[in-house]
Write a protein that binds this ligand. Sequence first.
Ligand code: GLU
Length: 449
Amino acid sequence: MSDAKSYVKKIQEQLHEKDPNQKEFLQAIDEFLPTMVPFLEKHPEFEEANLLALVSEPERLIQFRVPWQDDKGNWQVNRGYRIQFNSALGPYKGGLRFHPSVNLSILKFLAFEQIFKNSLTGLPIGGGKGGSDFDPKGKSDSEIMRFCQSFMTELARHIGPDLDVPAGDIGVGGREIGYLYGTYKRLKQYDAGVLTGKPLGFWGSKVRTEATGYGAVYFVKHLLNDLKDDFNGKKVIVSGSGNVAIYAVEKLQELGANVVTVSDSNGFIYDETGIDVSLLKEIKEVKRQRLTAYAEQKESAQYFAGQSVWDFDTSADLAFPCATQNEIDLEQAKLLVKNGVKVVSEGANMPSTLEAAEYFIENGVLYCPGKAANAGGVTVSALEMSQNSQRLQWESEEVDQKLDDIMKNIYEACRDTAKEYGEENNFVLGANIAGFEKVAKAMLAQGLV
Ligand code: GLU
């Protein structure tokens, strides 16, 4: 075994030993660390500095109690977290997730991925993530407000526009960011740059809402362009029906693709005439309803209750998983390959299990991992920070163009780095090495901190 290989194995074993129960974090580690071998063989100075051990350890973990009162007057309590994982490249940056599954393992995986995603954007942002096991489903607007106020009452002391800048993720959108921002302002001072994903009326960036979905499509646009191909007439499977999925569908259709599915945690929709994006927006963004409402209003739509869209046996060209982690397992990956899917672009974070991702790569699927393909959201977040510092708001065209350019750079970095290390089309390896290199260089230059 080469030096680099045994070094990587040693770090992996140490991390497994230290936190054997952190399943998702260890999955992210097991995906990332082995791809570092060829890089370390070329750059032994990073191994000499033990940088893999350093980068796998969060700089700071914050956990706190979030007490709040429900509409019936009952006292409730949830756990709040903020993981400040790495600040080598800038202030900690990453979203807040409100979902009952949230725990330390899930947030550590998300924050770890965020470090390299943020590095790939080329913008000055470190990696972080936070959230709560609070379940927003079925909560009234006032309950959401009281929860956000309580959450920020503690979080405020740990964040700041040059320190740590949270944004949204699953369960946290413009409404929640508004309430969080209001409380921060009351406790501290006016500082628009402390949160991103703000509503447009108070210093949110244009195109931030659309950015993650659009970005995942732009990534593939540049990939297809290399192959002298485009989206015209392509049949696409999309999962999810939140912010990422909605705007992936919108951009895909604008570029000529036919998107036939969307899903939520209760089931999925198959609409062979193409998903009606304005109806989807009305149901999800305005009425905050479930997808059953889509099926009720659209005759051509079929609703499959209690089923995963990834078990749906239908031919397709492209797949955009935009729901959540580990939504595609090995069997489902096999079905996608059998059905002709040539490109998988991850709008969600780590939606493919390790085995599924390996299967895609081994079977020639152009697999675009989340940390590269879904970097559009945090890209526009960083552009929102720039606008807030300037006290200016840029026009949509300008933000959208910058987003497209940055997604092109990210795609090219993944492509060229994979090629440089003799693993053409292995965008996981390309993203990991390209993302890590910048962080590692900065860490080395900053000394042992
Ligand atoms: N939650 C998003 C992500 O996974 C966005 C983070 C941000 O905008 O800071 O990248």
